[in-house]
Structure formats: structure tokens, C-alpha cells
Design a protein around this ligand. Structure first.
Ligand SMILES: C[S@@+](CC[C@H](N)C(=O)[O-])C[C@H]1O[C@@H](n2cnc3c(N)ncnc32)[C@H](O)[C@@H]1O
Length: 309
């Protein structure tokens, strides 16, 4: 079962209040969602969203008997504003994004997310939409693949790995995770503790699911539908994603710039708000020891300005 990261910090950071309406935009296995539901103490609404149908079903089961009204929506969070409006929900008091893949996705061989199993190369979080990683690799231009491996995977041998993948795809040998692992191992070799295919798998998964595009659109939509004084909590596991969240929050916090004629003017993006913590929160030693996934997690929390601020 997926272990929710920084559970108490998330519930405290969202300042869950009984009677409110909260959204878990990446419900996964429902660990955070269950804790938010409990903090609602039988009063309020919880909307759970995931682009993976299996995740949604696990969460619905986990929320059974939680005592609050639950709305479960199968959707990517970039569409959160529209899908909530369709449920007649125009604004919410808090929203959580716990970005990335779940342990269940990684541990289910046929999902194709892991280099630990030989399985069809799928990697889609939503298996009812888009194209699989195998289809994407069949069509991608080599230069674009180099860019993806560098930007999302920080793969130092990006050019050689991309050339190997494109060659294998042209020969009809890029349909399974095992075939992808074989290409990477041939190019990169097998040294050190980290599996050589880790970076490549992460990069391709992020491209296939448009994870960066989703994050940018999800943050903007989420902030828009937050009530004044409402909070947004975002957990990331990738430095590029954390940077996007950090800049997004900074831009919406804005800054006062001095004017030549005296006084100052606020500059920034609307809607306005404030970072609840200047620095990202990280998991403590005990949590990292119990759950190695927690080691790379960063939690940032933002509060939308109250009316009149
Ligand atoms: C790290 S897990 C979340 C775990 C969850 N917080 C828990 O306590 O079990 C990430 C989940 O986000 C979902 N996800 C990732 N990107 C998404 C997106 N753009 N829209 C909706 N769900 C997304 C994945 O399918 C996965 O189930």
C-alpha cells in the first residue's frame, strides 16, 4: 500500500476545517484523502480526483464510512476547474497535489512503469487516453528524445541513449520494458547502486503523461478556484517540478517595488497570496527510514489572500 508522505504536515498545512470543501487532486491510494476526511470530523465535502481509475477505486474503498460527503472524479487535474463546475462546485477551501507515480503503479508490472519487471511499455497513468510509451518512442524525433532525457531525467548520456532507443524502435524492438532496459544497459553500463534505467524511465514517463504541462495548468486552475484564505499544498519528487512550484508561488506572492517618486507598488501575478513556509518542508529522518520514497519529497504550501488583502 502506498505510504502517504508527510501526512500530518499536509493536514496541518491545509488547515482543514470541519464544514469546508477540500480537493485531493491526486488521491492515489487515499492515504492523504482519508486523513483529510477524518480532520473534517463528519462535516464537509471531500473531492477526490485521479487520472488513474484503479487509484480512484482504491480511494473510494478507503473512504468508506469516513462520515463526510465524497465526490470521486476520474480526471487529470489540469481540468480540475471544469470537472468541479460540472459537479456544481465553484470554489474550494483547500487542495492537495501529491505529484508523480504511486507505489501501486510502480509495483504493477503490466502498467509498464518499472524496469524491475518485463512487461508491455505502457506508462500511461490514464489507460483510457493518450498513447503508450512504446507508441510515443516509435514516433518521437531523436532530438526531442534527447531533450526529454536531459530535462526530465538529467541523463548525462542522453544523446547515446536516445540514439540507441530510436534504433531499437526502428527495428521493432521497443515494445517492452525489458527491451528499453536492455538498450540503456548497453549504452550506460551497470555501475553503482542506482539502476542505470532509472533516469530514462522517469523522463519517458513524464513526457508520456505530460506531467510538467499538467502541473503548470493544475496549479493555475487550483489557485483560481481556491476561496480567499484557502490553501494549496503541493508535494513533488523531482527538482524540476519543485522549481516550477516554487516560482509559481513566488510570482503569486509578488513583491513591493520602490517607485522613483516615492512609495512602492506591488508587482506579481494575480490572484495574490503568500507562501506559508519560505522553504520547502521535507520529511524527517524517521519517515525517510521507514519510507525511502520520502527522501526526495518537497512540500510547499500557499495561502490565497483573504478578501481585502
Ligand atoms: C504519489 S501518488 C498519490 C498518493 C496519495 N496522496 C496517497 O496518499 O495515496 C500520485 C497519484 O497522482 C496521480 N496523478 C499524477 N498526475 C496526475 C494528474 N495530472 N491528474 C490526476 N492525477 C494524477 C497518479 O495517478 C497517482 O495515483
Amino acid at each position: 500500500m502506498h505510504q502517504p508522505i508527510m501526512l500530518q504536515a499536509v493536514v496541518d498545512g491545509l488547515r482543514v476545517r470541519p464544514g469546508g470543501c477540500y480537493v485531493d487532486a491526486t488521491c492515489g491510494s487515499g492515504g492523504h484523502a482519508r486523513a483529510v476526511a477524518e480532520a473534517l470530523q463528519g462535516q464537509g465535502w471531500l473531492v477526490v480526483l485521479d487520472r488513474d481509475r484503479n487509484a480512484l477505486e482504491r480511494t473510494i474503498a478507503r473512504l468508506d464510512g469516513c462520515g463526510v460527503d465524497v465526490v470521486a472524479i476520474h480526471s487529470a487535474f489540469a481540468e480540475v476547474e471544469a470537472v468541479l463546475q460540472a459537479e456544481k462546485i465553484n470554489s474550494v477551501d483547500g487542495m492537495l497535489f501529491d505529484i508523480g507515480v504511486s507505489s501501486e503503479q510502480l509495483d504493477t508490472p503490466e502498467r509498464g512503469f518499472s524496469f524491475r519487471f518485463d512487461a508491455p511499455l505502457d506508462m500511461r497513468m490514464d489507460r483510457s487516453a493518450g498513447i503508450s510509451a512504446a507508441e510515443w518512442l516509435q514516433a518521437v524525433a531523436e532530438d526531442e528524445l534527447v531533450r526529454v532525457l536531459r530535462r526530465y531525467g538529467e541523463e548525462p548520456r542522453a544523446r547515446a541513449v536516445a540514439a540507441g532507443i530510436v534504433r531499437a524502435a526502428a527495428a521493432g524492438q521497443m515494445a517492452t520494458t525489458g527491451e528499453l532496459v536492455a538498450v540503456v544497459e548497453k549504452v550506460v553500463g551497470r555501475r553503482g547502486r542506482i539502476h542505470p534505467a532509472t533516469r530514462t524511465f522517469q523522463a519517458i514517463r513524464m513526457a508520456v503523461n505530460d506531467e510538467i504541462g499538467q502541473l503548470r495548468r493544475g496549479l493555475a486552475a487550483g489557485l483560481k478556484i481556491l476561496n480567499p484564505g484557502g490553501r494549496m499544498a503541493v508535494i513533488t519528487f523531482h527538482s524540476g517540478e519543485d522549481r516550477i512550484v516554487k516560482h509559481f508561488f513566488r510570482e503569486h506572492e509578488g513583491r513591493d517595488e520602490a517607485l522613483a517618486q516615492g512609495g512602492s507598488r506591488w508587482c506579481g501575478e494575480l490572484p495574490r497570496g503568500r507562501r506559508v513556509n519560505r522553504r520547502a518542508l521535507v520529511a524527517g529522518d524517521a519517515e525517510c527510514a521507514a519510507n525511502p520514497r520520502a527522501r526526495s519529497a518537497k512540500l510547499r504550501i500557499f495561502e490565497k489572500a483573504a478578501k481585502g488583502d
